[in-house]
Design a protein around this ligand. Structure first.
Ligand code: PMP
Length: 356
């Protein structure tokens, strides 16, 4: 039996995608070899990469303004790779401080240039998205995290700025429709809504990419990775293939618009229970509540511990909050069926009947 998996990442994947992946591990497309044995220079892998990139373009409604690059590794690598490509020692990158991942991104960025916090919700415990003052014009770019996996906050609307905008979409990509026309670079690690960990995607405006320096090792140069059509150093072939199967699944399920509607229903179901069940509460301000990561707490730590045990007894896993934030968190990525959320709500009710 499959567990009810609410982990924040690596997160749940569709069962059909896992079944197709398992077939591919044994005999990729009936070719008589495993996908794990497929050389990355083989035309079959070229087809996989081309289809994956085309699906990103289609599902995210990208225009010709943007390029799509598939990369090795996760989002932290992008925290370094972005300033490596776009920031000189004397230049400043602006950040919106929405907590942990903004801090990490700044820490990496400081190795390459200056950083400045443009706005912060620290004094509100990161329970909301801070307003961004207009017109920061002496900075190279602004870096924001669209969805804050740890605190359960998410921009309803991304800002439109005069300065280039860089968006960490790690925990929301493909789960919500975004207008890319004001985004100069977006990036995401795979392990939430794309596929297994080990792959990332970068979506970059051609105009912005033209500003990148050439003084970067080729393996970190976006220009080079694009020129090499995302196949420079050996990509994680199996993970790229599983990402492709997942995006095919997403397309077959109506694409991002349809998934967003489902995600809104799932999130509403769970927030509604948290807001009405006397045992639980959600600290996040309603206007900034995430569709993807629903953070909540019980009356005290002991109660949260018993709740997690009760969930585990009922085959539910992954509900513990991030180590830096504690409390509880349910991740409702695209592959999370609404039935699982209904089941979680039922288990929350049973728990509160028993313990309150
Ligand atoms: N940014 C965000 C918004 C994240 O949620 C995460 C991981 N949970 C990261 C960055 C870091 O990703 P990775 O572990 O792939 O470096």
């Amino acid at each position: 039996m499959r567990k009810f998996n609410f982990s924040s990442g690596p997160g749940i994947m569709p069962l059909s995608v896992l079944q197709q992946s398992a077939e591919g591990i044994l005999n990729f497309d009936q070719h008589g070899i495993s996908i794990a044995e497929l050389p990355h220079r083989h035309p079959w892998f070229r087809d996989i990469l081309d289809e994956l990139i085309a699906l990103f373009r289609e599902l995210l409604h990208l225009s010709d303004e943007h390029e799509v690059i598939i990369l090795q590794g996760g989002a932290r690598i992008q925290f370094a790779q972005i300033p490596m490509n776009f920031l000189q020692k004397h230049e400043t990158a602006g950040f919106v401080d929405t907590g942990y991942w903004a801090h990490k991104a700044m820490e990496y960025c400081r190795l390459y240039g200056d950083t400045r916090v443009l706005s912060s919700s620290e004094n509100l415990g990161y329970r909301c998205i801070p307003q961004l003052p207009s017109g920061p014009d002496d900075i190279k770019y602004v870096h924001i995290a669209a969805n804050n996996t740890i605190y359960g906050t998410q921009y309803r609307q991304l800002p439109t700025l005069n300065t280039p905008l860089i968006v960490d979409m790690s925990s929301e990509i493909l789960g919500i429709r975004r207008d890319f026309s004001h985004i100069d670079l977006a990036f995401a690690c795979a392990q939430k809504n794309i596929g297994p960990a080990g792959v990332s995607v970068v979506i970059v405006k051609k105009d912005f990419l033209a500003l990148a320096t050439d003084r970067v090792p080729p393996v970190f140069s976006y220009k080079n990775l694009l020129d090499q059509k995302s196949n420079y150093a050996t990509p994680p072939v199996v993970n790229v293939y599983m990402s492709l199967l997942n995006l095919r699944w997403l397309k077959a399920h109506g694409g991002v618009d349809n998934l967003q509607q489902l995600n809104e229903q799932k999130a509403a179901l769970l927030y509604n229970e948290i807001d009405h069940n006397a045992l639980f509460s959600c600290p996040v301000m309603p206007a900034d509540r995430s569709l993807m990561n629903i953070c909540f707490s019980a009356s005290d730590e002991a109660m949260e511990k018993s709740f997690l045990q009760f969930c585990s007894d009922n085959e539910i896993i992954g509900l513990g909050g991030h180590s830096s934030a504690g409390a509880l968190r349910a991740s409702l990525y695209n592959a999370q069926p609404i039935e699982n959320v209904q089941y979680l709500v039922q288990v929350m009710r049973e728990f509160s009947n028993r313990y309150s």
